[in-house]
Ligand binder design. Structure first.
Ligand code: NAD
Ligand code: MG
Length: 388
């Protein structure tokens, strides 16, 4: 039996993971569930999986959670509050699924790594903010970081033969999002409902907006460079609207290896859950007789400037990717909050923040958190200029 803790258990990745655990109850036992605000889902999952540790980041939910679970889970510990997930991450599990949104995932994920737990990472924002520190800790703890993000999971799978020195290029595929074929005027006026309606993937709201602006691919480009220790200039974004190929690695002998599958996060999560074994699941299989044509295009960077912004942030100062991520999180939240800023203003806000060219040396996790907080406050000032 593998014990498993899920950070963000009530969200999209969390629920897909729990579904797989439900199908394989002979293999996995839930040790901890950590959520944010979704009390109803947490109660249902806690009653079903009976974890030893249950947490929610909203401390006001402690009493409600305790009274709903009273008498049912006498051996479980319930903790609510901002720091709750940090404590649960310190409880050694065989696998820790890091699946909350944003840099809020950084401390608990680092805690799990420090305690030698194998981490399956969906929370790309923590790598974007603190990739070097995180990978250094992975080496110190002699553990493995398993990517859940579908592209990185695909690359991880095709890199298994340890031919790192022969990598010529990583081809990071991208669906193009809901606005791929729309003109700039349409995109400028796009509403939150239009931005979260992804044509291929069903995901949480923040990553859906990032997919529409292509910032998701910018973050993933940085994520891939850290995870696979590959120079960022060797990573090329390829628009592949069908989302069947989840990324490719081109080697110096002319071979290109790809991983294919239907667009369902159950596939990469299964791979991470039972690594290095394979875990059967009931995801939709590709029917090659019914398959759409597989097409590939260059990203249109005049319409989508997120890739350019991510590239310049990654190549600028120590702290620039922290600023990129924090300003994106704040701007996306303002867009999603009743369309307070326009869709393209998300990228304008990030660009203004990066143009301030603030340079700080980053040596520790504390430095990352301080920079993240500072960038959020500054971003809020810039957002005021764009309010509709
Ligand atoms: P989501 O919004 O559906 O779920 C987020 C979960 O985190 C919820 O359970 C929420 O209650 C919880 N949460 C939020 N703040 C918290 C906090 N401070 N402490 C504890 N829990 C908190 O998001 P999602 O789509 O599942 O995405 C999660 C992460 O996975 C993101 O980093 C995203 O980029 C990444 N990811 C998601 C997908 C996908 O298909 N959804 C694919 C690749 C990567
Ligand atoms: Mg992805």
């Amino acid at each position: 039996m593998k014990t498993i803790t899920i950070l963000g258990s009530t969200g999209s990745i969390g629920q897909t993971t729990l579904n797989l655990v439900k199908q394989h109850q002979d293999k996995f036992q839930v040790l901890g569930l950590c959520g944010g605000n979704n009390l109803k889902q947490m109660i249902a999952d806690a009653l079903f999986f009976k974890p030893k540790f249950i947490s929610m980041s909203n401390e006001k939910l402690q009493k409600d959670l305790e009274s709903a679970l009273a008498g049912h889970l006498p051996h479980s510990k319930i903790i609510c509050g901002e720091q709750a997930s940090h404590h649960i991450a310190q409880e050694k599990a065989d696998i820790f699924i890091s699946a909350i949104v944003g840099s809020a995932g950084l401390i608990p994920t680092m805690e799990a790594i420090k305690h030698g737990t194998q981490v399956a990472l969906a929370n790309k924002e923590s790598l974007v903010c603190a990739g070097n520190l995180m990978l250094e800790q992975v080496r110190k703890s002699q553990t493995t970081l398993l990517p859940i993000d579908s592209e990185h999971n695909a690359i991880f799978q095709v890199l298994q033969q340890n031919h790192h020195a022969h990598i010529e290029k990583i081809l990071l595929t991208c669906s193009g999002g809901p606005f791929r074929t729309k003109d700039l005027e349409f995109i400028r006026k796009a509403t939150p409902a239009q931005a979260v309606a992804h044509p291929k993937w069903s995901m949480g709201n923040k990553i859906s907006v990032d997919s529409a602006s292509l910032m998701n691919k910018g973050l993933e480009w940085i994520e891939a460079s850290h995870l696979f220790n590959v120079d960022c200039d060797k990573i090329q974004v390829v628009i592949h609207p069908q989302s069947i190929i989840h990324s490719m690695v081109a080697y110096d002998d002319g071979s290109v290896l790809a991983q294919l599958g239907s667009p369902d996060m159950a596939v990469p999560i299964s791979y991470a859950l039972d690594y290095p074994k394979r875990l059967a699941n009931n995801s939709k299989r590709i029917d090659f007789w019914q398959c759409e044509d597989l097409t590939f295009q260059q990203p249109d960077e005049t319409k989508f400037k997120a890739l350019k912004l991510s590239r310049s942030a990654f190549k600028a100062n120590d702290n620039s990717t922290i600023i990129l991520n924090a300003s994106n999180e704040e701007a996306v939240a303002s867009f999603l909050d009743n369309h307070k800023i326009g869709f393209l203003n998300i990228l304008d806000v990030i660009e203004e923040m990066l143009n301030l060219n603030i340079s700080t040396k980053i040596h520790s996790l504390e430095d990352v958190l301080a920079e993240d907080q500072k960038a959020r406050i500054q971003t809020q000032e810039i957002i005021k200029k764009f309010l509709r």
